[in-house]
Design a protein around this ligand. Structure first.
Ligand code: AMP
Ligand code: ZN
Length: 459
């Protein structure tokens, strides 16, 4: 049976067949590197890392995730801090990779940087002008949306309705409000490259189209990103690439993850509830964050709260608990296969809740067994499954090391935190404070943040 994936363009789950037998190309829109990634940004990175792992079992995968290192937000950050742009982008792209690495995200095969592909972008823009899909106006080059009959197909928008409904002030050099920028002029104080249209810089959308073309070809198998990218980013990428390639489809399958909220609230700077991965990993193990991000199906919304984290931690405690104390030989490891049910769940449009249920049923079977050979074989299967999904990378003893003799066990700490939350909700602050004190005397510090209560052991 083929892998099943939900394609945004077709609006349904369909069997996945690569264009070239045995080989798959995949592109994921990567970060714009001028600040730290938040936990919402980590969702596509983790989810599509898992898809990449699943695809690699069957196919030779070429996976590209770009770095957007030229963008007006980066320029603004540099102007504000006075730090050179190259220093900002170098620092934050490294931080991004380190932070995602802490969540078990494997490096992509290719990590193209936009600034190293300006020539490819210029060539693509020139082609679009030559083919009548783009026009130059006052140092800008714009994509002529009316020249592409399929515009709106991916995001299911009707261009005429869009024009009728548009209330935005239209720049005087645009033929139509929906025409979007491929190239824009740069003043001397901001980054720019020489081009047939003067010194300037690319628009965001053309960056991905050009990098995908250069590294993966005119048509790619899978294009992925967060749901908010469907329009305008992916609609525009799709229009540019297909028009630059004589109408060839840009991506054969479009995958989009749902949004992550914090305590049922949209994450936003103005609300002050933006949780940075860089900070979360200081107190929460990367595997807990990874599992929490995978706990809901990727297309569903995911709410991030203290309970999301606590529940992921409990799940990992159960998985590590099952393999704890079992010696698994290298031979047993080599012979172990990931359970079929777990693979089938992941191959069914990355059904992680079902896959985790399969993982637990293996753990339960292992807990019940008392035949040493069977236990070793099952523990080996647990490790194989963990390797596939990016979990169980620690030694079980090290995982539980925090629960050393005399320490309050993690589940007890979490139960107390839950009780304290209930007390606080009931406005019984005396009881809440008493629990905080009880935890403090057990050497556990708790912190109430936007995403709920986190805890750590002192020392
Ligand atoms: P950005 O830096 O805003 O382009 O976002 C990088 C990636 O994170 C994109 O794929 C976005 O769709 C995704 N993303 C941003 N915010 C969230 C969120 N709250 N939940 C899930 N994905 C998000
Ligand atoms: Zn993109």
């Amino acid at each position: 049976m083929s892998i099943q994936l939900h394609d945004t363009l077709q609006g349904k789950k369909v069997p996945f067949e690569p264009m070239t037998e045995g080989e798959v190309t995949m592109y994921l829109c990567g970060p714009t590197v001028y600040n730290y990634a938040h936990i919402g940004n980590a969702r596509p990175a983790v989810v599509f890392d898992l898809l990449a792992r699943v695809l690699r079992r069957r196919y030779k995968l070429t996976f590209a995730r770009n770095i957007t290192d030229v963008d007006d937000k980066i320029i603004a950050a540099s102007q504000e801090s006075g730090e050179p742009i190259g220093d900002i982008t170098a620092r934050y792209s490294k931080v991004y990779n380190d932070d995602m690495g802490a969540l078990g995200v494997l490096p992509p095969d290719i990590e193209p940087h936009a600034t190293q592909h300006i020539d490819v972008m210029i060539a693509m823009i020139q082609k679009l002008i030559d083919e009548g899909h783009a026009y130059e106006a006052e140092g800008h080059v714009l994509f002529d949306v009316a020249s592409h009959a399929k515009y709106g197909e991916l995001s299911k928008r009707d261009l005429r309705e869009m024009i009728a409904g548009s209330r935005v002030e239209v720049a005087p050099y645009k033929k139509a409000a929906q025409d979007f920028v491929l190239w824009k002029p740069s003043t001397q104080d901001i980054p720019g490259w020489d081009s047939p249209w003067g010194r300037g810089r690319p628009g965001w959308h053309i960056e991905c189209s050009a990098m995908a073309e250069k590294h993966l070809g005119d048509t790619i198998d899978i294009h992925a990103g967060g749901q908010d990218l469907v329009f305008p980013h992916h609609e525009n990428e799709c229009a540019q690439s297909s028009c630059a390639h004589g109408g060839a489809p840009f991506a054969r399958y479009w995958l989009h993850n749902g949004f992550l909220s914090i305590d049922e609230t949209k994450m936003s700077k103005s609300l002050g509830n933006v949780l940075l991965v860089h900070e979360l990993i200081e107190t929460i193990p990367g595997e807990v964050i990874r599992l929490a991000l995978l706990s809901a199906h990727y297309r569903q919304p995911l709410d991030w709260s203290a309970e999301t984290i606590a529940s992921a931690r409990r799940m990992l405690d159960r998985l590590y608990g099952a393999i704890r104390g079992i010696d698994v030989s290298a031979e047993a490891r080599a012979a172990a296969e990931v359970p079929d049910g777990l693979i089938a769940a992941l191959e069914d449009d990355i059904n992680t809740p079902k896959a985790m249920a399969e993982f637990f049923s293996l753990a339960r079977a292992l807990n019940k067994s008392n035949d040493p050979a069977e236990m070793e074989a099952m523990a080996a299967q647990m490790y194989a499954a963990g390797e596939l999904v990016g979990l169980l990378g620690s030694d079980p003893e090290a995982w539980f090391a925090g629960d050393a003799d005399g320490d309050m066990p993690s589940d007890e700490i979490e139960a107390l935190i839950a009780q304290r939350n209930e007390a606080r909700a009931a406005r019984d602050f005396q009881a809440a404070d008493a629990i905080r004190d009880q935890l403090a005397s057990a050497g556990v510090t708790i912190e109430d943040g936007a995403g709920g209560t986190t805890w750590r052991r002192n020392g």
